[in-house]
Design a binder for this molecule. Structure first.
Ligand SMILES: [Zn+2]
Length: 88
């Protein structure tokens, strides 16, 4: 069915290695641009968490075309930076 050893346990590239939470939705939902200009594409859940954590980070302008961009911003606004460090 296409998921043997490929999708099982796989996480998006935005997920911090110290963040134990699983991805939500598509693994390539939106692209986060970090404060130093690096572009990383990931799921809605981890993109919101990094958006709340990384100084100067923002979503790629093309994210505005995606229906879940408001969800990412709303999740980020409700989070403290590095939420995985406090068990969130
Ligand atoms: Zn993810």
């Amino acid at each position: 069915m296409g998921d043997r050893n490929t999708d099982a346990g796989r996480r998006c590239l935005v997920a911090d290695r110290n963040d134990p939470t699983p991805c939500e939705g598509e693994l390539m939902a939106v692209t986060v641009i970090t404060g130093d200009g690096k572009e990383i594409t990931g799921c809605v859940h981890h993109s919101a968490r990094q958006l709340a954590s990384l100084q100067g980070s923002r979503l790629h302008p093309m994210a505005a075309l995606m229906p879940w961009v408001v969800d990412v911003y709303c999740r980020a606004a409700a989070l403290t930076p590095f939420p995985w460090e406090v068990g969130l």
